[in-house]
Design a protein around this ligand. Structure first.
Ligand code: SF4
Length: 663
């Protein structure tokens, strides 16, 4: 392995510009060792050390069947489009690799055949996609809807024809032999490396945990089986696994799911003759009850604990109506004449029962172990039951497997210690091996950290207008090329309003276009300004001039009123552990490290980070943030930012002597 990755090794020979980096070799050797001894390795690997090659090379050489699970689609694409093809060429060790996506990403031929006979577009304007869908269905060999030309991946019509567990019964399906999903799973089962993502992995794992009672997935062919039949698992972007695992070991149920079920029941009932008209009125009752219950759970945008819901009694009453409506539907479907119900009956019945089960399970959440909460985003309302702590679940269901695991990310440690991450994901009981590979970028020379002087506190009423004015001045110094990371939608919207038309740069704002499109435009336009929150704090990888300035509005403490955060705080208080120092502060430190990590992505990058929150210098806990950031120069004087950019502009405009010599 050392031979492959060392200077003059096969990678250096085959890959133009490949340079061995000491940190990369260290990590590769540590992972090779863990593969050999079936151990768990936690590896924090700073940006730029080449961690993907550091784990892929030893994995391929080990001959183990491995799952690489990523946190973002960006990294998944990068692996498939860059690293894997490079390694195929560079290594004299043949290996197969496939991407496995969630089932809704694949066309279901059975649903497509029905749809094309009677196309029903929920959104009339999408009917222009029909010809392109037809063409795709005729020629596709993978059924992967992202490959369909002329139909956006997020078009609502895909919901009519994609593969759904609740609508799939391979035993009665006349397309089983040609099923794209089954084929994707077969390919994954025989591949040496499967590139998946955390959502898919934990969905599979939680399914396996529930497999005895699972409906719609058989143990032999489900994702749980494919994903957990590996001899090695690599979690890249491992900082996200706690949240994703919590999501999938919990339960979620949405108003959209109720609407979709109601719509499919209505369509089926409309062709059932006299039995259908009785059923139709029950479906109407069910739909009304669902709208009313979900509406009472979350009247405004945001996340709320069900326990503290204003008007909880009203919600309980409406939830009761919904459960009764679902029971009646279920009874009617199971007792109805089978000749009237046709082949759809079992699938519809299964969906009604599974909806009622999930809804009931959110209502009966154990408050000591789980938190029940509601979320509204515009018209989308969902209810969730989330485990408060996932550590014991993961240690029981995952870490006890006798295979090597690698958990890697650029941000796992707090104060050079991986204990916090270890504890959150249940690894403290198994004592994993650990390694921290530091940054090799020259932060001291190529980066500057700025905190404005005399700035209003983050909760002061004048914060928003001061932030807009400060951002404008910073952008004047950098000439654009900025990523603005907000801690809330409110700040994002305030900045959008304040900057639109006021700055001479293209303004890209989260929510105005799909994330991938915003990032593409941001990358391509050197002076654009991108404003984002949430997912934009991580996974944004924009090397070069386009990202030379990161502006952060506030220290990224999770809101204590968030239902999951507040349940975790309460759980720690019950154990007499200080939640601020043991949970809120380390979480915020890791989040800030993530945000700052967007700045330098390559050795020749440069830029500034501006934080509009002087608690980092004024408060006692500020030192925890400061000592966890890369070793940059700090300033409180905006003139230093202007001078910093001037220095790099001058350097860029100087002729490059080595190039001149070459000429
Ligand atoms: S097996 Fe399931 S996913 Fe595959 S074509 Fe049939 S119904 Fe669709």
């Amino acid at each position: 392995m050392e031979m492959a990755i060392s200077p003059g090794g096969s990678l250096a020979e085959a890959m133009k510009g490949f340079e061995t980096r000491p940190g990369q070799l260290r990590m590769a050797l540590a992972w090779a060792d863990a593969l050999e001894s079936s151990s768990i390795l936690v590896a924090e690997a700073a940006t730029g050390i080449g961690k993907t090659l550091a784990y892929l090379v030893p994995t391929i050489l080990s001959g183990r069947k491995a799952i690489v699970s990523t946190g973002t689609r960006t990294l998944q694409q990068q692996l498939i489009e860059n690293e894997i093809p490079l390694l195929r060429e560079a290594m004299r060790h043949p290996f197969s690799c496939v991407v496995l996506k969630g089932r809704t990403n694949y066309l279901c031929l059975r649903r497509w055949n029905r749809f094309r006979e009677k196309p029903l577009f929920e959104f009339a304007k999408e009917d222009t996609y029909f010809d392109a869908m037809h063409e795709f269905a005729d020629v596709t060999r993978t059924g992967d809807i992202s490959e369909a030309r002329g139909v956006p991946e997020d078009a609502r019509v895909w919901d009519e024809v994609n593969s759904r567990s609740e609508m799939c019964d391979p035993f009665s399906c006349d397309q089983t032999g040609r099923c794209f999903l089954a084929e994707a799973r077969r390919r994954a089962a025989s591949a040496d490396i499967v590139v998946a993502n955390h959502h898919l992995f934990f969905a599979g794992l939680s399914l396996r945990a529930r497999i005895a009672g699972a409906e719609g997935e058989s143990a032999g062919e489900g994702y749980g089986e494919v994903l957990t039949r590996a001899d090695a698992v690599i979690f890249d972007e491992a900082h996200g696994i706690e949240e994703t695992a919590s999501l999938f070991f919990g339960v979620s149920v949405s108003a959209g799911r109720a609407r979709e079920l109601g719509r499919d029941l209505s369509r089926a009932a409309s062709v059932m003759g006299s039995f259908g008209s009785g059923l139709l009125s029950m479906v109407k009752q069910f739909c009304l009850a669902a709208e009313s219950a979900f509406g009472a759970a979350a009247e405004e945008d945001g996340r709320l604990p069900l326990a503290g819901l204003p008007g909880r009694a009203l919600f309980d009453e409406r939830a009761g109506f919904l459960m009764r409506a679902a029971d009646e539907l279920s009874l009617s479907l199971s007792d109805g004449p089978s000749e009237a119900l046709g082949v759809e009956r079992d699938a519809l019945l299964r969906r009604v029962r599974s909806f009622a089960l999930d809804f009931g399970s959110v209502l009966s959440a154990d408050p000591l172990l789980t938190v029940a909460w509601a979320e509204r985003r515009g018209d989308a309302v969902s209810l969730h039951r989330t485990p408060v702590e996932i550590a014991s679940v993961l240690s029981d269901s995952l870490w006890k497997e006798p295979i090597p695991f690698l958990l890697t990310s650029a941000t796992l440690s707090v104060s050079d210690d991986l204990r916090y991450f270890r504890e959150r994901v249940g690894l403290d009981r198994v004592e994993p091996r650990e390694i921290i590979v530091d940054n090799e970028f020259n932060f001291a020379e190529r980066a500057l950290f700025y905190v404005p002087k005399g700035f209003p506190g983050p909760s002061a009423p004048e914060f928003s207008s001061a932030a807009s004015s400060e951002v404008r001045k910073i952008l004047e110094c950098s000439g654009g090329g900025a990523l603005i990371l907000c801690t809330s939608y409110r700040t994002l919207l305030a900045l959008k309003t304040a900057l639109r038309g006021e700055v001479p740069y293209t303004l890209l704002v989260q929510g105005d276009a799909p994330r991938a499109q915003l990032l593409k435009e941001f990358r391509e336009e050197e002076d654009a300004v991108l404003i984002g929150t949430g997912t934009f704090w991580e996974g944004v990888d924009v090397p070069g001039e386009s990202l030379r300035c990161v502006i952060i509005d506030k220290l990224p403490f999770a809101s204590p009123s968030d239902p999951v955060t507040s349940a975790r705080i309460l759980a720690l208080q019950r154990r007499e552990v200080d939640p601020f120092f043991s949970y809120q502060l380390p979480e915020a430190v890791l989040a800030l490290r993530q945000g700052v990590g967007r700045l330098l992505r390559r050795g020749d990058d440069y830029g500034i980070v501006a934080l509009l929150d002087d608690r980092i210098v004024k408060r006692g806990y500020g030192s925890r943030f400061r000592t966890n950031l890369p070793p940059m120069k700090w300033t409180r004087d905006r003139a230093d930012i202007a001078a910093f950019f001037q220095r790099f502009r001058t350097a860029r405009s100087q002729p490059n002597p080595s190039k001149e010599d070459e000429e």
